[in-house]
Ligand binder design. Structure first.
Ligand SMILES: Nc1ncnc2c1ncn2[C@@H]1O[C@H](COP(=O)(O)OP(=O)(O)OP(=O)(O)O)[C@@H](O)[C@H]1O
Ligand SMILES: [Mg+2]
Length: 216
């Protein structure tokens, strides 16, 4: 019952989530910048903030569009407007979600999970990183697995609380990993002792969206 009253993947949902995520990322920008200065080239926070700004600025252009078209426009903006690995990876995420079937019908919780799962799968194919390589995939892949279990669960709020926990644990787990993908892989043992910046930003995004859905 509750599920039907909540918008899970409408265009207005996407815009409002982008705004909430923007606020949380801004609040944590100093931490993410320092993490990327330690093991990357320091631009990850800039890439993420620019991507969010571009998406939020799309509001007027996409608010009356069908979901598939809006997702495509977001994908194009992210792909063309953000540099680095993040632009290609998140652009792929939105592009893949835009290709989901039946987007002209209401998207319920199960469908939203399916869309996110397919988006994360495409990111994995694009970046060729798996769990244990000290990237954002260390957070996103376990989250995707959990969403796959939840798809048919009637009590999704409990499930999303578990998603929040998994994302946090996996983000923290990147601290002691050696990096085998991305710039951090050039550092060898020196990458150890620092959380991966992409894992931290992804975890914050997941945390914000899950909490917003739970408290809706
Ligand atoms: N092949 C990959 N697959 C998935 N995520 C990756 C990959 N390479 C890097 N990342 C993630 O991207 C983050 C860095 O994003 P950023 O936007 O700074 O891109 P970048 O500077 O081109 O990438 P990098 O510094 O990793 O070469 C890393 O913290 C990591 O989580
Ligand atoms: Mg970088």
């Amino acid at each position: 019952m509750i599920k039907k009253e909540i918008e899970f993947m409408s265009v207005s949902f996407l815009i409002s989530q982008a705004k909430s995520v923007q606020k949380v990322i801004d609040e944590n920008s100093a931490e993410i910048e320092i993490l990327d200065q330690k093991i990357g080239d320091g631009d990850h926070i800039f890439n993420i903030q620019r991507g969010l700004k571009l998406v939020v600025e799309l509001e007027d252009a996409i608010k009356d569009l069908p979901l598939a078209k809006a997702l495509n426009m977001i994908a194009m903006k992210v792909l063309s407007g953000i540099g680095g690995s993040s632009g290609a990876l998140f652009g792929t995420f939105f592009m893949t979600m835009a290709k989901s079937s039946d987007l002209d019908k209401d998207v319920d919780f199960n469908k939203a999970c399916e869309m996110i799962i397919s988006g994360i799968k495409a990111m994995k194919e694009r970046g060729k990183a798996d769990v244990g390589e000290k990237t954002m995939m260390d957070v996103l892949l376990p989250v995707s697995e959990k969403l796959n279990e939840l798809k048919n669960e009637s009590e999704f709020k409990t499930g999303l609380n578990e998603v929040i926990k998994i994302a946090e644990e996996r983000m923290l787990s990147t601290k002691d990993m050696l990096a085998t993908k991305g710039r951090a892989s050039f550092l060898g043992e020196r990458a150890k002792g620092h959380i991966d910046p992409g894992a931290r930003s992804s975890q914050l995004i997941i945390d914000t969206i899950c909490k917003s859905v739970i408290n809706n």
